[in-house]
Ligand binder design. Structure first.
Ligand SMILES: O=c1ccn([C@@H]2O[C@H](COP(=O)(O)O)[C@@H](O)[C@H]2O)c(=O)[nH]1
Length: 235
């Protein structure tokens, strides 16, 4: 298993429509100062070759494909992700216990494995969105339930909003990784995110890793935007 110091805490979400733009930003970033996340858009454009390039350049890569399927399929997908040498991979907690256990077991058989975390409730969803899909309770309640499922299945942590970090930290303790998108510097636009916090507040609430996309990638000087957020959270 990857055992890593928490720093760098910031994971830059490389949400770009083509590999060249992502590659250009990677060349301006220092793998000692940030981790990077490759999600559905960039992976669908750039494929495994792009992931391998980022890993070979020294970046700790979070492959954010949010696998959600039958247990056998998700286990195979996690094994394929691990073969790329990524630092972290994720699945949807809503896939259920059997799927989470299958993912964990297929990775546990490996000598070196990525961290495995479960997405709880997307940070773009609010209480009204959950109600509209027939989900009872508040986002916070739902996140706690899904995180419990993930912990019981032996996962390393969850993806959640920083708004749930304090409650999760209290319930699940220090070793359970809390990976938080929905991070916005003070006065930055929320865009399509609904459950947000500032970087400093997220860390104070107990987040281990902050996923930050547009506040860095859409900034006129992405490296300077990253440095400002890193200074705010101390690393
Ligand atoms: O609940 C979730 C899970 C994943 N994400 C991903 O994080 C980044 C956030 O990007 P911003 O530009 O900082 O909003 C993006 O890649 C999402 O796919 C999330 O936002 N919420």
């Amino acid at each position: 298993m990857s055992s890593e110091p928490t720093d760098p805490r910031i994971i830059v979400a490389l949400d770009f429509p083509d590999s060249a733009a992502a590659q250009a930003l990677l060349e301006r970033l220092d793998p000692a100062r940030c981790r990077v996340k490759i999600g559905k858009e960039l992976f669908t454009r750039g494929g495994p070759a792009l992931v391998t390039r980022a890993v070979d350049a020294g970046f700790a890569v979070f492959l954010d494909l949010k696998f959600h399927d039958i247990p056998n399929t998700v286990a195979g997908a996690c094994a394929a992700a691990a073969d790329l040498g990524v630092w972290m991979v994720n699945v949807h907690a809503q896939g259920g216990s059997a799927m989470l256990s299958a993912a964990r077991e297929c990775l546990a058989r490996r000598r070196e494995r990525p961290l495995l975390v479960a997405v709880t409730v997307l940070t773009s969803l609010g209480a009204e969105d959950l109600a509209a899909i027939g989900c009872p309770g508040t986002p916070g309640e739902r996140v706690l339930d899904l995180a419990g499922l993930a912990q019981a299945a032996g996962l390393d942590g969850v993806v959640c909003s920083p708004q749930e970090a304090a409650a999760l930290r209290t319930r699940f303790g220090a070793g359970f990784r809390l990976v938080t998108p929905g991070v916005r510097p003070a006065r930055a636009a929320a865009e399509d995110q609904k459950r947000i916090m500032t970087p400093a507040d997220a860390v104070a609430a107990g987040a281990d890793y902050l996923v930050v996309g547009r506040p860095i990638t859409a900034a006129p000087e992405p490296a300077a935007a990253l440095a400002a957020i890193a200074a705010e959270v101390g690393g």
